[in-house]
Design a protein around this ligand. Structure first.
Ligand code: ZN
Length: 296
């Protein structure tokens, strides 16, 4: 749902879809015995200029079975995931590390901002009940759905990024696993029942306190249609992915990594940190660096 792109601090909704979560609880989430259907030749996929430039140093460090390298975009664009928190009562400060909370979420009392004893960071502390407002990143979970060598994308019918394409994804709920959340979000946004096959990527966005966890998934049935917050859902071949109208940097990174994997013919697991490049436009989804990159 759109919650994937709202600032985490605005996510105060209740979950009306617990039923779906319950429905999927009895469903095996991972099928580790699945045969790979990927074309190991990889020749079917274009060498697109839109594909992220993966700069792998010859001295790539290996940590265990992970290969580490840094990926940077050379174009001056930015991460829209890092926009829009100004309307919240919780202001997002420019450092990306501190949020100003003026009122206690427990009792509504006014807060003071101090470094608590024994800690190092400034916190909002309630002047009435003494509660310290600790804040932690939000998990955004979603599915990269493969079907007949195509992938499923949803066109957003909501702001921000209205009219732009995204993988079905949204905030993970209390009481569900990441995979369950990804399945639920896919149901909500694309009316599609999916089976999660494997984890594909974890992408941290420290500036806005979000972590994306994207799973590879497949349709249980070849049925999908736009959910309430999508104007369209469509299968795209890799050559037709609308890279010029993607909603978020996280989706751009995910899809680029996916295309790279498809070229090689083997899905990997990817980890990285998306950092907005200073001084770039918030609306430019390409103005990021992918740092601390690891792959399986
Ligand atoms: Zn309080």
């Amino acid at each position: 749902m759109n919650r994937a792109v709202r600032p985490a601090v605005l996510n105060s909704h209740s979950n009306p879809f617990n039923l779906m979560t319950a429905l999927f609880h009895s469903t095996p989430i991972f099928d580790r015995s699945r045969p790979t259907h990927w074309d190991s030749g990889g020749g079917a996929y274009r060498d697109s200029s839109k594909v992220m430039n993966l700069m792998m140093p010859t001295s790539s460090a290996r940590k265990g079975h992970f290969r580490a390298f840094r990926v940077s975009h050379t174009r001056a664009e930015s991460n829209p995931d890092a926009t829009s928190s100004s309307s919240s009562s919780v202001a997002f400060q420019s450092t990306g590390k501190t949020r100003k909370i003026n009122f206690c979420q427990l009792c509504g009392g006014p807060t003071k901002h101090e470094i608590p004893d024994g800690e190092e960071k400034m916190r909002a502390i309630c002047t009435l009940c003494g509660r310290i407002a600790y804040e932690n990143p939000k998990m955004v979970v979603g599915c990269l759905i493969e079907h007949d060598n195509n992938i499923l994308l949803c066109k957003r019918k909501i702001h921000p990024s209205y009219g732009l394409w995204t993988l079905p994804a949204g905030y993970m709920e209390i009481g569900e696993s990441a995979a369950e959340g990804a399945i639920r979000e896919t149901w909500e946004e694309a009316n599609a029942e999916v089976e999660v096959m494997s984890p594909f990527a974890q992408l941290d966005i420290p500036l806005i306190g979000q972590t994306y966890v994207i799973f590879l998934a497949k349709l249980k049935r070849p049925h999908f249609s736009p959910g309430p917050e999508s104007s369209d859902c469509r299968l795209f071949s890799l050559d037709d992915i609308p890279f010029d109208s993607l909603a978020f940097s996280s989706m751009l990174v995910t899809l680029n990594l996916y295309i790279e994997d498809r070229k090689v013919g083997r899905p990997k697991f990817h980890y990285g940190t998306i950092n907005k490049r200073p001084g770039t436009s918030p609306s430019d989804i390409r103005a990021y660096t992918l740092d601390h990159y690891l792959e399986s």
